[in-house]
Design a protein around this ligand. Structure first.
Ligand SMILES: [Zn+2]
Length: 724
């Protein structure tokens, strides 16, 4: 094995690819900004730890001695006021149960370790906790005050950005940009809004606080990393890693603090990993598009499928995550393992020489800016090659030191059930007798029980089809399904049910729809709009037993309007009934709806309606008759009106105002919009409302309200009260 090959990679500070610069040859200290432990890590966070893991594995494979430090942020972010406002439900619940902040931090730290282990991320040599290193943070802050880089106001200590000449070098943010970049509310205590806190005075009632020369308080986030990096890796460190969103302000501030205090360079090499995206948006808790490792496991994926997926993109490129891409990654990983498992033959001299060339090819792409995708391609080349099995396996074992994909794990072969075992034996006997037609019939029965059948010359093996492969392929947008709008009616009613959460609610709604639709020719289309629980398999099971029910799985939340449009595009009913899962049919609503909808003047009918004077505020209509809008809990219309009115406006990702938008679209086409209080339905708790945190739903509601106003605000002529 070669030792100490020069490693080239892209350095964020110098903005170029260059050889790794080390303090002492052959030894590398790596500092990685670690997790904030008052919530679970999502896979977007974990992607940046995968980058640091590949770097460490590469260095170790190349003979370097590595010391890896990853801090645990268990202070700073956990602001008392945030907790008290109840913004984080999990924390609020834990506090309500009487758990201490330390217990909460312990819980999430353990969960993080488990996630890392599942992804084969090697544990860092040290996981220093911020709360255990506050003395060092206070010391560093005092040095900065003594040297004149920081000032004290009312028990708070701020770093004065103007005093540090090199500020902005890492992120290349100019002062004006920096000032605009300060998004938080202006802090009147700061001399300059670019200044940042090194130490904050404890607000009253705060639990996590420490003594300091400036009174009781707690450290700022940036100073944590400066202090712990210096304590665990020395005054200068070789490599510092993090995600791109750490560049500013976190790492910019870290450089300023450390270099101002120490008087010399802080970090030799800066390495940053790009975001994981969902639909072009960064995966983030605030966007509401996160997945955890456990979410992937619940869907039957192996966590390493995510590691494989990340291996297919360069760490410096953004990677768009979909469950479809994860499914492909899972398949790829299993195929790669199977190819190695099945490779036969004996090692030969020629094979060994060929193998050495491939080994060199693998490591030479890996040391070139951590090109894991190319390295993975070499691994595939080996697996597909005609090399003898023992050589393939030896090479892949070597490559797996970097890839960490458990490539030599046996492809899962679980014991089949007794019944399936009997079928396999029966079929084997038939094949020996060359009764192939009968054998094929049994093969189908085995497959019907959820097993794949593999035949070889001597025997037959069966492998259960894993859950992730069994599920129908997921859709990523409404355009993934064909529009059947131009096709003739095939049934009388299409019942559309779309849900993203609340399995019990969905079951109740679906049960009532199936019960009361049994007397009419109806189809039911359900969209699992990014469900994250076991409801997915419940739906598939019901659909297996019921030919009139079709289920579409969205691989993420498509948005309220897009989810509905999947059903509208696929509908083949003369009438369409949109049901919210808060609604339960309690009688035959279909006959009544038919009567209304057979009147060509009527566009939309529903159980609940709204009236307005100005299109700005709406109030619930109290009696049956014409209304300005029918509410989205229950809406019915003839499918043909979609030819006029069009599908729903997919910019409405949240459901609010979407029903008003559709109603007004019908009104502009001259249709009546009608409410009937006699429809036999009841309404239960509306979980898309109750389960959305108040601030979130205010934000989303406002967004839809303005969208609605821009479109319809001037059309008061459409209002029925005005028309009367
Ligand atoms: Zn950090």
């Amino acid at each position: 094995m070669k030792t100490n090959s020069p490693i080239r990679f892209y350095d964020t500070l110098s903005r170029r690819k260059r050889d790794l610069s080390l303090i002492e040859s052959g030894r590398v200290g790596i500092y990685s900004c670690g997790p904030t432990v008052y919530r679970y890590a999502h896979i977007g966070n974990l992607r940046s730890y995968l980058m640091a893991d590949w770097l460490r594995r590469l260095l170790e494979a190349q003979g370097y001695k590595v010391r890896h430090v990853k801090n645990i942020t268990d202070v700073g972010h956990m602001r008392q006021d945030v907790l008290e406002r109840g913004e984080d439900k999990v924390i609020a619940a834990a506090l309500a149960e009487g758990k201490s902040p330390a217990q909460i931090a312990d819980h999430y730290t353990q969960a993080f370790m488990v996630d890392e282990r599942k992804l084969n991320i090697l544990p860092a040599h040290e996981f220093p906790r911020a709360t255990a290193n506050v003395i060092e943070m206070v010391d560093l802050t005092r040095i900065l005050v003594d040297k004149g880089f920081a000032y004290v106001v009312d028990g708070n200590v701020y770093f004065e950005v103007d005093k540090f000449a090199g500020y902005g070098r890492l992120s290349r943010q100019q002062s004006e940009g920096l000032e605009q970049g300060v998004r938080a509310e202006a802090d009147p205590l700061k001399r300059d809004q670019r200044d940042f806190a090194l130490w904050k005075a404890a607000e009253s009632g705060r639990v996590l606080k420490w003594p300091s020369p400036w009174g009781e308080g707690f450290p700022g986030w940036h100073i944590e990393c400066s202090a712990m990096a210096a304590k665990y890796l020395g005054p200068e460190i070789d490599v510092h890693t993090g995600g791109v969103d750490n560049v500013f302000p976190h790492h910019e501030d870290e450089i300023a603090q450390s270099e101002a205090a120490l008087g010399h360079r802080h970090v030799r090499n800066w390495m940053h990993g790009q975001h994981l995206l969902v639909d072009g948006l960064k995966m983030a808790k605030s966007t509401g598009n996160t997945y955890q490792v456990s979410d992937l496991e619940q869907r039957g994926f192996e966590p390493l499928a995510f590691r494989y997926l990340c291996s297919t993109a360069r760490y410096r490129s953004r990677l768009n995550f979909t469950l479809n891409s994860l499914r492909a990654a899972q398949q790829g990983l299993l195929r790669l393992r199977r190819a190695l498992h099945e490779a036969g033959g004996r090692a030969t001299k020629k094979g060994m020489a060929e193998g050495e060339k491939l080994r060199q090819a693998f490591w030479s792409v890996a040391i070139d800016d951590l090109n894991v995708p190319k390295a993975l391609a070499v691994a595939w080349h080996v697996a597909r090659s005609r090399l003898p099995g023992p050589i393939k396996r030896e090479l892949l074992m070597d490559f797996d030191r970097l890839l960490g994909l458990d490539l030599l794990a046996s492809p899962a072969v679980e014991a089949a059930s007794h019944e399936v075992g009997e079928l396999v034996r029966e079929r084997h006997a038939l094949r020996l007798n060359k009764s192939y037609v009968e054998a094929d019939a049994i093969r189908e029965r085995i497959q019907g029980r959820g097993y794949q059948v593999h035949d070889s010359h001597e025997s037959t093996s069966v492998v259960p089809v894993p859950a992730w492969a069994r599920a129908a392929p997921a859709i990523s947008s409404s355009a993934d399904v064909e529009s059947l709008l131009g096709q003739p009616d095939a049934v009388e009613f299409t019942i559309s049910i779309v849900a993203r959460q609340g399995c019990a609610e969905l079951e109740r709604c679906l049960r009532s729809a199936r019960q009361w639709a049994s007397g009419v020719r109806a189809e039911i289309i359900v969209v699992d709009n990014g469900f994250q629980d076991s409801c997915v398999s419940f739906l598939d099971e019901v659909a297996l037993r019921d030919d009139s029910l079709r289920v579409f799985h969205a691989d993420h939340f498509l948005g309220a309007a897009a989810g509905r449009n999947v059903t509208l595009r696929q509908a083949r009913g003369r009438y369409i009934l949109l049901l919210d899962t808060s609604v339960e049919l309690t009688g035959d609503a279909f006959a009544q709806l038919r009567t209304f909808l057979d009147d060509p003047a009527t566009g939309i009918v529903g159980r609940w309606g709204a009236l307005s004077d100005d299109l700005r505020s709406f109030e619930e209509a109290r009696s049956s008759g014409d209304v300005d809008a029918v509410e989205g809990y229950l809406m019915a219309f003839r499918r043909e009106i979609l030819q006029d009115v069009g599908f729903l406006d997919e910019k409405y990702r949240f459901y609010r105002h979407l029903d008003l938008d559709l109603s007004l679209a019908a009104r502009t086409r001259g249709f009546r919009v009608v409410m009937d209080t006699d429809l036999p339905v009841v309404r239960h708790e509306h979980i898309d409302w109750s389960q959305t945190p108040p601030e979130e739903r205010d934000r989303l509601s406002k967004r839809n309200f303005y969208r609605f106003l821009r479109k319809w605000g001037a059309r008061t002529d459409l209002l029925v009260a005005r028309a009367r």
